[in-house]
Design a protein around this ligand. Sequence first.
Ligand code: OAD
Length: 248
Amino acid sequence: MSEIVIPHDLIDALRGAKSVVVLTGAGVSAESGVPTFRDAQTGLWAKFDPQELATREAFERNPKMVWEWYAYRRELTARAEPNAGHYALAELEGRASNFTLVTQNIDGLHQRAGSRNMLELHGNIHRNKCFQEDVRISRWIDSGEEPPRCPRCNSYLRPDVVWFGEMLPPVELDEAFRAAVECDVFLSIGTSGVVEPAASLPFIALQKGAIVIEVNPDATPLSNAATFRLAGPSGLVMPKLVEAVRHK
Ligand code: OAD
């Protein structure tokens, strides 16, 4: 891996920013041992077709299998630890006057690293909700049945995550678009930038004249348009970037 150099004008832009927005994807959790969606095709998804598990239809067809798969991933993410990239983002939040973290990740690692002002566009695997009423449920009687039953209406519980084909939470999505329009620096970190509507956020920031920084070892549809591209793993790049902001 060639030495990662953080350009001075990137640091100046970050230090002078009135409003910073960060969009993260599965790549930020890769160094915590949580497979990304693209490499997960060879990992835990190798055995399953994503459509078999992460859709309403799959849950209606086989609720027990979908619940068990998410329980497995919940356990995997609970065992994972935030990495240096997560902690660097939490520190950057503390240094910025106005900071919004928009994540596509459902693993809860940003919160465990100390990030506070967050928008979870795709939900959170550690929360559950009623399949029928769509309300969050945090306590229920454990009868041993899987999935468990909603204590209010007795229908199944499901993970509070966005499945393929489902709408994103409207409040979080609206706030994410507003933040992208108003920010002066936008960082896109660890996302392949192929899933809408999240993939549009950095381009909206660009159109509004923001400085856009991409952190990803691989090229994405954003790479050529970004103001700066730091081609490396977030666990290495982000601590360097925050170090430079701290000591410029
Ligand atoms: P992907 O798996 O599509 O992309 C992960 C990105 O992270 C890729 O561009 C990798 O090159 C990059 N990457 C890998 N290791 C990295 C590292 N150490 N540091 C930085 N980047 C690294 O994951 P997402 O872009 O998050 O949606 O996928 C977006 C959405 O697609 C997911 O939220 C999910 C999926 O469908 C839903 O489940 C609704």
